[in-house]
Design a protein around this ligand. Structure first.
Ligand SMILES: N=c1ccccoc1=O
Ligand SMILES: [Fe+2]
Length: 301
């Protein structure tokens, strides 16, 4: 049976969102914070309750590899993830399982497409917080295995256009691998949008009177990108990503969003924007492409 991508999600990973949720896995305690984004994730989770799927596949800007694209290649990882910048907010005890066979299929398809790839087999590897935060907020029960994909740094080593070409190829290989696997998969592009941000923290980090748009120009870029998602103009969006990345130092520099849109074969149906909000001034949007539903309904993919 042919596998399929049942949904794609722009799933931002600020650790502040997990901090404010107060899950048992995270040591620090918060009194509130960033409710609009967290309620947006609640709406996403409610939609996903009605969708049967096997595996969460996430590409994270915070697993940075300098030579090629790496895939977690060990069945289980269990340790504590401490955010390097916000250890006061995020000290998260994770225990997760990896769909190694799907990861290996993806790695093979990517390699055969000419990309530089590697399976990560170190059982002591510390899983990055971007992977953990996006998977937690999407599926806090952790009842599904994941595939985690690293982000190489072509945007900074070479240019946003080099990253774009590579991420589009990786997305195509990802789709082929999922179809060959027979599995039902949800893709998570774990990135924020505009990424200029405050450099000092409030006395109480979750003091929402201190959370706001960092810069009007960054906000306008985010709104432009979100409008294209809502309009189903993802090919136009992908063309814009190099400029968007450079103009707003956006986390699209990771290739995560363009990888996902390529794997979804550039959907022309509207995406559902569950929420937009800032975290220390960075722009974040929780956005869902209900892919299988649109394929089945005959809506253009
Ligand atoms: N992308 C991020 C945005 C905001 C705050 C913290 O961490 C992040 O990694
Ligand atoms: Fe980030």
């Amino acid at each position: 049976k042919k596998g399929c991508i049942v949904a794609g999600v722009l799933a931002p990973h600020p650790p502040h969102l997990v901090y404010a949720e107060n899950p048992p896995q995270n040591e620090p305690r918060a009194e509130c914070g960033w409710e609009n984004l967290r309620w947006g994730y609640e709406r996403l989770r409610k939609n996903l309750e009605n969708i049967d799927f096997d595996t969460l596949v996430v590409l994270s800007p915070h697993w940075q590899t300098y030579v090629g694209t790496h895939f977690l290649g060990v069945e289980r990882f269990s340790s504590v993830s401490v955010d390097p910048i916000f250890p006061n907010l995020f000290r998260y005890h994770y225990d997760l399982t990896v769909d190694v066979s799907l990861a290996e299929t993806m790695e093979r398809h990517a390699r055969e497409a000419g990309l530089v790839t590697r399976m990560m087999r170190n059982p002591d590897f510390r899983v990055d917080y971007g992977t953990i935060v996006s998977c937690h907020l999407t599926r806090p029960a952790w009842d599904k295995p994941i595939v985690s994909i690293s982000s190489h740094r072509s945007t900074h080593y070479f240019s946003p256009d080099v990253m774009l070409a590579s991420s589009l190829k990786l997305g195509h290989a990802t789709r082929e691998a999922i179809e060959a696997s027979g599995k039902r998969v949800v893709l998570l592009a774990s990135n924020s949008l505009s990424h200029r941000h405050f450099t000092t923290e409030a006395e109480v980090p979750e003091d929402m009177s201190r959370e706001h748009i960092y810069h009007h120009g960054q906000y306008l870029w985010d709104m432009k990108v979100i409008e294209l998602m809502k309009a189903g103009k993802t090919r136009e969006l992908v063309e814009l990503v190099p400029d968007f990345t450079e103009q707003t130092v956006a986390e699209t520099d990771s290739g995560a969003l363009t990888w996902m849109l390529s794997a979804l074969d550039f959907p022309s149906y509207p995406a559902e924007v569950h929420a937009y909000g800032t975290v220390i001034g960075t722009g974040n949007a929780v956005v869902e492409w209900a892919h299988e539903a649109h394929l089945v309904s005959g809506g253009a993919a």
